[in-house]
Design a protein around this ligand. Structure first.
Ligand code: FE2
Length: 245
């Protein structure tokens, strides 16, 4: 497929971010994000150094709890195609793919709120500073939602593709319910709603601990939105990307 590049990509991203039918939602997020970005941008070098040294870094509270709830409300999981991963094959949870078209990053504006959020200027500029790349280095992305319920987890693995990825936590139960991300280099990470994890998930083995029900939380649920980034000259898929002329 061949498409024309926009005259002003960032303007398109930002205008797309405010399109109906989610204008009030995304404008709220954009305002929120802009504030968080300004706060975090001064710490971007610090985040970058942690990522470079350990392959995982958490940027706390990139979204407010209210906005994570509003975002989640846009997704009807019962109506979305879900890929349930069998325990014997590496865990037990549901993957809801939201975009695996591998469109060129430089024309991709996202067709639903999470994609628009993950591709908007405020988010990309912060993530790129932390990852130590330029937006022009990015070839394509892939985006999905992970949903873990009671007893569910992912076993130790390295992601098979991708150069770095962001994980936005949209829902998480209290710590006594588990759902920790653990890594072979000794990290134990408990993401709270609104936190963002940036990682080199294909470099270090990682896994999650099973969600456990408690009397106060008999049906714990953990939801994360993943954006996997591929850079030019990095880990494939080179051949699958829809480049523009
Ligand atoms: Fe992973």
């Amino acid at each position: 497929m061949s498409v024309s590049p926009p005259a002003d990509l960032e303007a398109l991203r930002i205008s797309s971010f405010f399109n109906e039918p989610t204008a009030s939602l995304v404008s709220g997020i954009a305002n929120d994000l802009e504030f968080v970005r300004r706060t975090n941008i001064s710490r971007a070098l610090e985040f970058h150094e942690i990522l470079a040294a350990s392959h995982f870094v958490t940027v706390p509270k990139i979204l407010s709890t209210r906005l994570t709830s509003e975002l989640l409300a846009n997704y009807d999981f019962s109506a979305m195609t879900g890929r349930f991963i069998q325990a014997a094959k590496g865990g037990d949870w549901t993957v809801h793919m939201i975009d695996e078209t591998l469109s060129s990053f430089h024309v991709d504006t996202g067709s639903e709120p999470l994609s628009q959020l993950q591709l908007c200027y405020s988010m990309i500029s912060l993530i790129c500073k932390i990852a130590g790349v330029l937006p022009s280095d990015i070839m394509t992305t892939k985006r999905w939602i992970n949903r873990y319920r009671s007893g569910e987890y992912i076993t130790p693995h390295k992601d098979t593709t991708g150069d770095f990825q962001s994980v936005l936590c949209l829902a998480a139960p209290p710590s006594e319910c588990g759902g920790y991300i653990e890594t072979e280099n000794g990290h134990q990470i408990l993401l709270q709603p609104g936190d963002m994890l940036i990682s080199h998930a294909s470099e270090v083995r990682h896994w999650t601990t099973p969600l456990r029900p408690t009397s106060l939380n008999p049906q714990p649920v953990r939801v994360t939105a993943v954006c996997r980034f591929y850079v030019f000259g990095g880990k494939d898929p080179l051949s699958a990307v829809a480049f523009y002329d």
